[in-house]
Design a binder for this molecule. Structure first.
Ligand code: NAD
Ligand code: DAU
Length: 351
């Protein structure tokens, strides 16, 4: 099977490519990635010279480039996106371009090229905030809150329209918060880990009582492959992890696991429109495809901390100029007294 992967130099995409190529020589992969700030070919060093793997740099919004690169592929797994909620609140335009228009371009070309299956990777954020005690299944209403989640919900609906209107062979997956190796440290869990390891403050938005469900990226990759191989055309599949936890509790666990004290916790200005709680039911994945998550947060967290501890060169590579500029700009005025400057060590605002 020749798979066209978009966004394969990002966190989940690179884990997926490595996972699939490690399983069998039956797969060949074309990785099409623009290499934005989030794309990093170093994530793929272990398979870069694998004859089953090809990398093409390109933008999913560019129809000619997509058509040339996708020709000869049988299936598509579409990861490419602007994936960080905070950045899409600062500036929604890139997310609308890549997540909405880019998905539309891919669908148009895939339809023309008679692609056999198109897997659109989406998010549990499309369901929006869920009251305590409730869970979203695949038929729940889409109620996105941020430009990011609205762009993902929009692309989900465009994919759905292609299935209905053009008999297009697409499936959609909606996953919860991923974590694991190669995650860019703008996201909460790698930020907690890397800051804790360096005795820097751990920024907690608002009261930290927001709840997220954590899915190890390897479990997610197994789920995506199961849907690609056996998922029913036109269907949506929720993919969630074993553990739901409040942000503040997660931060405390990271501090315990890294041997640091709670003095590093730093409550900062909340994210605008911040969703309090996401929660999925994933029975369909188990019932139809025999998939369930296997890595508990406890196991996964320890492995991930060890990974960041051991991969300091990778970390130094991704925390260059762009990251520092973003970090300083994003966190500079978040502290209660405006002095939250993570680069300078334990310069934490009042807790
Ligand atoms: P990421 O930000 O780490 O990687 C995104 C990749 O897409 C990068 O390699 C980037 O260079 C590439 N890209 C961005 N714009 C592009 C464009 N216009 N053309 C080609 N390539 C482009 O993202 P991630 O965390 O790996 O997420 C991957 C997918 O999974 C996204 O669609 C995201 O919405 C979805 N998702 C993520 C999570 C999570 O917790 N990270 C959870 C559920 C769903
Ligand atoms: O739920 C799936 C989604 O998970 C994916 O679709 C997104 O691509 C992915 O980025 C992630 O979105 P979140 O907004 O949940 O992830 P993030 O890591 O940005 O934040 C997780 C929680 O931690 C959230 O409640 C916000 C909070 N947070 C985040 C940061 C960066 C903080 O408290 N402090 C921070 O500094």
């Amino acid at each position: 099977m020749n798979i066209f992967v978009t966004g394969g130099a990002g966190f989940i995409g690179s884990n997926f490519i490595t996972h699939v190529l490690g399983l069998s020589q039956e797969y060949s992969i074309v990785n099409f990635d623009k290499l934005t700030y989030a794309g990093n070919l170093a994530n793929l060093d272990s398979i870069a010279s694998n004859p089953q793997y090809t990398f093409i740099q390109g933008d999913i919004c560019d129809p000619a480039a997509v058509a040339a690169a996708m020709a000869g592929c049988h299936t598509v797994v579409h990861f490419a996106a602007e994936s960080h909620v905070d950045r899409t609140i600062d500036d929604p335009a890139p997310a609308i371009a890549t997540n909405v228009t880019g998905t539309f371009v891919l669908l148009q070309i895939a339809l023309k090229l008679n692609i056999k299956k198109f897997l659109h990777v989406s998010s549990d954020e499309v369901y929006g905030d869920l009251p305590l005690g409730t869970f979203a299944d695949e038929n729940s209403q889409l109620r996105p809150s941020s430009p990011y989640s609205a762009s993902k919900a929009s692309s989900d609906l465009i994919v759905r329209s292609y299935v209905r209107s053009f008999d297009f062979p697409a499936v959609i997956t909606r996953a919860s918060n991923n974590y694991g190796p190669f995650q860019f440290p703008e996201k909460f869990l790698p930020l907690l880990i890397t800051n804790a390891l360096e005795d820097k403050p751990l920024p907690i938005y608002g009261d930290g009582k927001q709840e997220r469900n954590w899915l190890h990226v390897t479990d997610h990759c197994r789920g995506i492959l199961a849907v690609l191989e056996r998922g029913r055309i036109g269907e949506v599949y929720n993919i969630g992890g074993l553990d739901a936890i409040e942000n503040l509790t997660l931060a405390r666990r990271v501090l315990r696991a890294t041997g640091k004290t709670e003095s590093l916790l730093s409550h900062v200005k909340d994210r605008p429109g911040h969703d309090r709680r996401y929660a999925l039911t994933c029975e369909k994945m188990e019932r139809e495809l025999g998939w369930k998550p296997s890595i508990s947060l406890d196991q996964g967290l320890h492995k991930t901390i060890e990974w960041y501890r051991s991969n300091t060169a990778w970390l130094a590579g991704v925390r260059g100029g762009e990251y520092l500029t973003y970090y300083q700009k994003h966190y500079a005025n978040r502290g209660p007294s405006g002095q939250f400057i993570a680069e300078s060590g334990r310069n934490s605002p009042e807790r």
